[in-house]
Design a protein around this ligand. Sequence first.
Ligand SMILES: Cc1ncc(COP(=O)(O)O)c(C=O)c1O
Length: 403
Amino acid sequence: MSTCTLSRRGSEAPASPIRALAEVARDAANRGITVHGLNIGQPDIPTPPQMLQAYRDFHDEVLAYAPSDGFPDLREALAAWYTNGGGVHRPIEADDIVVTTGGSEALLFAIACVADPGDEILVCEPYYTNYWGFSHMLGVEVAPVTLSADDGFKVHPDRIEAAITGKTRALVLPTPGNPTGTVLTADELARIAAICAERDIFFICDEVYRDFVYDMPAGTRAASLLDQPIADEYAIIIDSVSKRYSACGARMGWLVTRNSEVREAALRFGQARLSPATVDQHAVKAALSTPESWFREVNAEYQSRRNTLVEGLRGIGLDVPMPEGAFYLAIPLPVDDAEAFCHWLVSEFQLDGETVCLAPLNGFYRTEGLGCNEVRMAYCVKEEVLRSCVRILDAAIKAWKIR
Ligand SMILES: Cc1ncc(COP(=O)(O)O)c(C=O)c1O
């Protein structure tokens, strides 16, 4: 018997609640059941053709390392894209950007840059689960400010301020939010940025869903922390191509900060992993020329899906807030244990050979006991599938009650 043991960091690392049901879903599919996967935010929108073409056009004879902070021409193109795209209070420079392996690595680097083991980062729960996953990996604790489904998961700046303690090193907040869909207004962002500056903590603003805001004039994007002059030294922006260009498999993201010390620390982490992927960086550069019309169509599609799902769920008697952005819906269900319900839904329930895979929301909270009756649905599937999912859910809730 081996005496080798895992680190506590390894053995206690939280498993992804988003992917937790994957195996059960595979078993159901093997039994011939059609499983509609609303548990994961994998867009089905085709990736822009010019991005895909850039992969085909890569003909280098050696697949070489890239610079640790990304190719200069990509960082220049990104800087121009931010500066020309609006929503920045002064131009972004190529040197403000460190290219990473997805927004995920940008998040990991950002938290590692600002917090030591034993420190805390402030998050709003329900949160994107990797905020806790990455913090745990780094020995950093997350301190949650709890949002409520009752007011549509609104973020209250004063509650954030009240939760800051001597241990808080940063606030990590997405806008638009995953799993809540909450979008911060420019005023709310300004208020929160001012609080972070006054209280001397970093504001790591996760803007990977910035393009997806609804019920707004076409072309509107969510307000960015890059537009808040007060936050310059405190602001770290997380960004990615995964959702923007429906390109999750590219594993390309970056962080933007005008704080040179943060950038230098992030670059040292970047040097340790040598470089972000080479070919994908060429593809990202090509993706930046995606026309505005593409985004308009994609946004209209997501908005229509959101409406279909919300109306459908309200039609079966559920109390559903209308999310303003991203492509998720976090809702309470009339079940006592959403985790058990989601497992049963995939492992035992079916309606005419179909079922739905949902993400139970308890894993999106740090506070024990919260989210027990809540689930997240990603509306990354076509409207007719969403309508089927509502029908299946309606039947499943009734069957769960009398089982
Ligand atoms: C809020 C949020 N931030 C960051 C990420 C990381 O995305 P990626 O690593 O694919 O860029 C995700 C992915 O789902 C997310 O939902």
